[in-house]
Design a protein around this ligand. Structure first.
Ligand code: FES
Length: 357
């Protein structure tokens, strides 16, 4: 069920000029439902100027802290982020959905892993949670963070990162890269490119010794760094990412056009949610299962409706669908028939999808 809960904002503070950090006061009776793992996100909802606006934000706190915290960076013209950064005050109530998302790997106390993290700007949020969790829960694991920002002042969580580096002395290395401020060592000026990545992979990164890589930031950065690491010999399955999407690729546009043409009229869709079945017939007016189901009266979870956040994830248990775009699910999830319902176009006359997964 797409349950939103009214929760009190315990604290809000400005981490940088354009980023606010929100801490929620999760009541005792919701704590079980709001349990999360590092890398998951919260979906927030607010009616702004009469419009129901939902946004997903990665939790930057660690599950080990018994704290639910997100960071919201102001996007120019962004309704939700402007509301948070300019109006929202401590003690106000916000509607939030229980944590969801599949970014992150299992935490194993006996693990002895070497984690690499690449983040840009507010892409640090899920990574912050991962670093805190793996360092605290896996005493033999190490973390290396490569973190791009515009200026030193705009680095989100700089102080907390420095504290972590001290607390876990020798197990956390941090390398900052600035794009709009020049520093003495040229390597640390500008975005990741071939020259930088060659130096990083020759000097700071031991590819055969790397256990997992997590990337979070703009699509161009994430794709570029993961391609480079794969070419350098890192197995693809060790790379996990979350993207800020800037636009559709040519391949995505072509797939969307093809799916628009083969839209099947009158598909019988069964939604399994909360242990109950909800059956409706999908018409040509809708090009994805989520919108068609919401219109038919189903109450399903969603946030971005753009194939990015995975809040609308479900599993196809009968029939077939194809996704228009998918920026959220990993290959292994797709292989298990998981789909993003906001992007799922049925390709068979009957489809059954399960949201209780
Ligand atoms: S609602 Fe975000 S991926 Fe579907």
């Amino acid at each position: 069920m797409a349950d939103f809960h009214k929760v009190k904002l315990a604290d809000i503070y400005k981490e940088t000029d354009d980023t606010s950090v929100l801490t929620f006061d999760i009541p005792q009776e919701l704590k079980e439902n709001f349990k999360f793992h590092q890398g998951q996100h919260l979906t927030l909802r607010q009616v702004i100027d009469g419009e129901d606006i939902r946004r997903s934000y990665s939790l930057c706190s660690s599950p080990l802290e018994d704290k639910w915290q997100v960071a919201v960076k102001q996007i120019p013209g962004g309704k939700f982020s402007t509301y948070v950064n300019e109006q929202l005050k401590s003690n106000e109530l916000l509607e939030i959905m229980a944590p969801s998302g599949t970014f992150g790997v299992e935490v194993l106390p006996q693990a002895s892993k070497n984690y690499l993290f690449f983040a840009a700007g507010s892409g640090i949020t899920p990574i912050m949670s991962m670093i805190k969790t793996h360092l605290a829960a896996e005493p033999n694991s190490t973390c290396k963070l490569f973190y791009v920002n515009k200026t030193a002042k705009s680095i989100i969580f700089k102080e907390e990162l420095e504290q972590l580096r001290n607390t876990y002395f020798g197990r956390l290395e941090i390398y900052y890269f600035l794009t709009k401020e020049k520093r003495d060592i040229d390597l640390f000026n500008g975005r990741f490119d071939d020259d930088k990545m060659k130096v990083l992979t020759n000097t700071f990164i031991d590819i055969p010794d790397t256990s997992e890589v997590f990337l979070c930031g703009p699509e161009t950065m994430v794709n570029y760094v993961s391609d480079f690491l794969i070419k350098a010999g890192l197995p693809k399955e060790l790379i996990h990412f979350e993207l800020f999407v800037s636009g559709l690729s040519e391949e995505d546009i072509k797939r969307q056009e093809r799916l628009a043409k083969q839209n099947v009229e009158g598909v019988e869709v069964t939604i399994v949610d909360g242990g109950k079945e909800f059956l409706f017939t999908m018409t040509k007016d809708y090009d994805n299962i989520l919108d068609a189901a919401l219109n038919a009266g189903a109450d399903l979870p969603f946030a971005c409706k753009g194939g990015v956040c995975s809040t609308c994830k479900c599993q196809v248990v009968d029939g077939e669908v194809e996704m228009k775009i998918n920026y959220a699910l990993e290959d292994k999830e797709v292989a298990q028939n998981y789909v993003l319902s906001c992007q799922a176009v049925p390709t068979t006359p009957k489809v059954v999808v399960d949201f209780d997964v």
